[in-house]
Design a protein around this ligand. Structure first.
Ligand code: NAG
Length: 516
């Protein structure tokens, strides 16, 4: 019954959907971004990655897309075409696509609907047709289009994404279209625009897994075969990868992405993948839940979490900044503040000396180069004969002090520091946090089965119970057959699920089916 309602809702929300025949189940593959960002994105690296995806058996499991992310392109040609970095891709992208295809994989590429990509490479704004044609000509299979350096105005965003959608269609080559706008407001229009659409900020730490999951709660009806909500890529546990979770959180992100019918794009260090990550990503039973052909996104049926209202995300806003951007700003602003503080201290000291209010520091060099005023109270002019230049400087200095411009500079510097300080405080105060709460998610599956995920976002172990009423919500009024798909263990028929779930990102994922 519930399944029927969910399917009907999903169909109703998806009239006029993009029809390129792709994304009938959520996309699976690997992306370079969470593995190594821009550093070392070369054709050689991508070739080794392609070999590795096959060697690890991931290709056979369905991880077919090998997606290069930002930083592959260097500049626009005079004709407006994207030019690959000649050092990193000496043979060009087309040769690399061939290599990846020969390994039985599909090739994904990245661009941005703005004037520039998030890493400041050229964007596709106004050049959608040119770039789509290039991608098709190279034999690319998948295009991710980001949203940096672009308008946050909804209709404009929709029309820019529609331009790329239509450009891709007009190539006549089936290209999976991954819209990357990191906002919930894409979801109602998502299926018309793309095969998947990002709904939340970058998922680059555990707190952002929480944010993505809470954001996705209300969006289930927009997802279905052909178009999916995208809570972002998977994060692995290798310490050398650009971002990481703990092995337990890796498993839980994977479980949640399965019940949420989310894209599975591996972000762990692929060349040195930890055994735990490989085991997690290789679990066919979890993959099977993710790839269920019914294509219904799960919903929470029980939650102890506080109400959650997703914010409008802007990549430079303190509440939505990717870790890298937050780190960059923190470094930059702290450096500015330290420099400003040093200048303020020096100016203040100079003012004190100039006014003769402070005791002299005999023999010490006045640290202010600007202030050739002797520390014993005598003026520079009284001192030994000096060349013209220092004398002129001294005159300017005296003029400046008498006019209070030193004090004004001090005040100005202090005022200028305030926004920087406020920004730093905001970045840290608004950092996303996982609430210490628990949830039970249910996803209807083909054949009257369902997946049930119990997740604990709190730091400590918590007992989570999915009782008869909870199972009833999942569409199972009576005892059901339960299988723990992570432990790969049959639990037989049960009347309720009652588990101690480890803290700091623990979870269970069950497949339940009717008793007979
Ligand atoms: C282009 O769009 C039409 C209409 O939706 C669709 O039938 C066709 O398959 C699309 N072609 C490609 C290559 O995506």
């Amino acid at each position: 019954m519930r399944v029927a309602v969910a399917v009907a809702l999903a169909l109703a929300a998806r009239a006029g959907a993009l029809d390129n025949g792709l994304g009938l189940t959520p996309q699976m593959g690997y992306s370079t971004w969470n593995d190594f960002r821009c550093d070392g994105l070369t054709a050689d690296a991508v070739k080794r990655i392609a070999d590795r995806i096959v060697e690890l058996g991931l290709a056979t499991l369905g991880y077919r897309y090998l997606n290069i992310d930002d930083c592959w392109s260097r500049e626009l040609s005079p004709e407006g075409l994207l030019v690959e970095d000649p050092l990193a891709f000496p043979e060009g992208i087309a040769a690399l696509v061939d290599y990846v295809h020969e390994r039985g994989l599909l090739f994904g590429i990245y661009t941005c609907r703005g004037t520039r990509t998030c890493a400041l490479r050229p964007g596709s704004k106004g050049l959608e047709r040119h770039h789509a044609a290039q991608f098709a000509q190279w034999g690319v299979d998948y295009v991710k289009e980001d949203s940096c350096f672009a308008s946050n105005e909804h209709e404009q965003a929709f029309s820019e994404y529609a331009a790329m959608r239509d450009a891709l269609n007009s190539t006549g080559h089936p290209l999976f279209f991954s819209l990357c706008g990191w906002n919930t407001w894409y979801a109602p229009r998502g299926a018309q625009l793309a095969n998947s659409w990002r709904i939340a900020p970058d998922c680059d730490e555990w707190a952002n897994v929480y944010v993505a999951v809470r954001t996705n709660e209300a969006l289930a009806r927009f997802a279905g075969p052909g178009g999916w909500n995208d809570p972002d890529m998977l994060v692995g546990s290798h310490p050398d990868a650009a971002v990481q979770l703990t092995p337990r959180q890796v498993q839980t992100q994977f479980n949640l992405w399965a019940v949420m019918a989310s894209p599975l794009l591996i972000g762990s260090s692929i060349l040195r993948m930890p055994g735990s990550d490989l085991a997690t990503y290789s679990n066919e039973e979890v993959i099977r839940i993710n790839q269920d052909p019914l294509g219904v996104q799960g919903v929470p049926v029980w939650s102890s979490c506080p109400p959650f209202a997703p914010r409008d995300n802007w990549w430079m806003a303190p509440w939505t900044m990717p870790q890298d951007v937050a780190r960059m700003w923190t470094r930059l602003l702290s450096t500015c503040l330290v420099a400003a503080a040093a200048l303020i201290a020096l100016l203040a000291r100079a003012l004190r000396f100039t006014r003769g209010a402070a005791p002299a520091v005999h023999g010490a060099h006045d640290p202010i180069l600007l202030a050739p005023v002797a520390t014993d109270g005598s003026t520079l002019a009284d001192k030994a004969p000096s060349p013209a230049l220092p004398r002129a400087r001294a005159a300017i200095w005296r003029y400046c002090v008498s006019r209070g411009c030193l004090a004004a500079m001090l005040v100005l510097l202090a005022l200028l520091s305030l926004p920087a300080l406020a920004m730093l405080v905001a970045i840290h105060a608004m950092k996303p946090r996982a609430e210490p709460c628990q949830q039970v998610w249910v996803r209807p599956l083909e054949g009257g089965a369902a997946a049930i995920c119990l997740v604990n976002f709190a730091p400590d172990v918590a007992r989570i119970v999915c009782d008869a009423a909870c199972l009833d919500q999942a569409g199972f009024p009576l005892g059901v057959h339960v299988r723990d798909v992570v432990a790969r263990r049959d639990m037989g028929p049960v009347q309720s699920l009652d588990m101690d779930v480890p803290g700091d990102g623990g979870s269970f994922l069950f497949r339940v089916s009717p008793r007979d």
